[in-house]
Design a protein around this ligand. Structure first.
Ligand SMILES: Nc1ncnc2c1ncn2[C@@H]1O[C@H](COP(=O)(O)OP(=O)(O)OP(=O)(O)O)[C@@H](O)[C@H]1O
Ligand SMILES: [Mg+2]
Length: 362
């Protein structure tokens, strides 16, 4: 996929402007605090309706304004499309080719993968960070995952409510409990398959780009033991057993104690948990390999090459690694947006940002 154009209206500190992009490389450079990260954040927002650096999307709207609009046009394998988000006073409206669209059908149309300094949280943060990350990534490759997850979360909420109100002997609870097991098991199966595939790619990339002698794995820490070879039916059966086992405790605590909302993912470098044992540089390399593996997954599942965003490239890599990484993107024909405080010597479009003003030099 190639993002051809972006239009901004009241996005953070950036001026309202239409910007054209290079199909291969776009370097966004300028001094600290001028709006470089904001520009790639706008691309990310256009694709996902979210920010990569805050949960509070309201912060994206320029100070003193209430409405933000981003609009973009891109080329993909099949066709060209225009997409837009109109974000007005907490309400987001999504448009594809000028038609209003539900979020669930909007997300995944333009695929982006971002690599930002804060991504280190995927390793060092708590399990909910990893669940959030993988939920989003699996959704990008499998729309059905997102639909199942949305259903599951609604069911979980009701199940919690019924437990809290001490209604677990009621017919309604049993109906919800069955649905909970059914949808939860589907999530577990999809997570398990995803982790299996991505772990292999992760290891290949890490060895190719960073250290040929290392072994990197992603492990799925499910609340069900030994799920590697289990079928959906077997997962359901185990899941049911767990709910029975925990039933009395759940009644005492007043909420759900089992399920995919309690799981985790573990990165293991040479057999050791990266969160506890890997160095800063190793952690950055793990995350980068992960992001590259996401590209491979998207190509495999959707036959589409995503757009790649790298924030603050110099803070990650030395000169040699930087060049080998840029070559990697070039060979794979991946459109890149890279921010840097230096005007790097690379081919492509160079966009200079100064106090929110967006200036191209050609
Ligand atoms: N909603 C907003 N409206 C207006 N300005 C904002 C808003 N949110 C943040 N800013 C300001 O935008 C400026 C640019 O932020 P940004 O993170 O994009 O800079 P940057 O060029 O990436 O800097 P650095 O090189 O330090 O990473 C900051 O000074 C910030 O205070
Ligand atoms: Mg920045």
């Amino acid at each position: 996929m190639k993002l051809k154009q972006l239009s901004l209206n009241n996005f953070r500190c950036l001026e309202n402007k239409k910007i054209e992009f290079d199909p291969d490389f776009n370097l966004i450079y300028g001094k600290n605090g001028q709006g470089k990260t904001s520009l790639i954040e706008a691309v990310y927002f256009l694709a996902t309706g979210k920010s990569f650096r805050t949960k509070k999307v309201k912060e994206l709207t320029s100070y003193d304004k209430i409405r933000t609009i981003v609009y973009g046009s891109f080329e993909s394998k099949l066709s060209g499309k225009t997409i837009a988000i109109d974000f007005n006073n907490d309400k987001k409206e999504y448009y594809v080719d000028k038609n209003k669209t539900k979020y669930i059908d909007y997300v995944g149309i333009l695929n982006v993968i971002s690599f930002i300094p804060e991504d280190i949280e995927i390793i060092i943060g708590n399990p909910s960070v990893r669940r959030g990350f993988f939920n989003y990534e699996i959704s990008q490759t499998k729309n059905i995952y997102l639909k199942t997850l949305v259903d599951f979360e609604k069911i979980l909420k009701t199940r919690n409510k019924l437990i809290k109100e001490r209604k677990t002997n009621k017919e309604l609870y049993h109906i919800y409990n069955e649905k909970f097991i059914e949808e939860g098991s589907k999530i577990i199966l999809m997570r398990k398959e995803y982790v299996k595939n991505i772990s292999r790619l992760l290891n290949l990339n890490y060895r190719k780009l960073f250290d040929a002698n290392s072994e990197l794995r992603l492990k799925y820490d499910s609340f069900i033991d030994n799920i590697d070879k289990m079928t959906l039916e077997e997962i359901k059966e185990k899941f049911r057993e767990e709910t029975v086992k925990k039933h009395d405790r759940e009644k005492r605590y007043g909420y759900t104690l089992v399920g995919p909302q309690k799981e985790d993912f573990v990165f293991e470098l040479n057999g050791k948990n990266a969160k506890a044992f890997s160095s800063q540089g190793e952690k950055k390399s793990i995350i980068f390999s992960l992001k590259i593996a996401e590209i491979d997954m998207l190509i495999k599942e959707k036959n589409e090459i995503p757009v790649f965003l790298i924030d603050d490239i110099s803070s990650y890599f030395d000169e040699i690694r930087k060049n080998s990484i840029l070559n990697y993107f070039k060979n794979k024909n991946i459109q890149c947006f890279i921010t840097s405080t230096e005007k790097l010597d690379i081919e492509g479009k160079k966009i200079y940002i100064d106090k929110g003003r967006i200036l191209s030099d050609e």
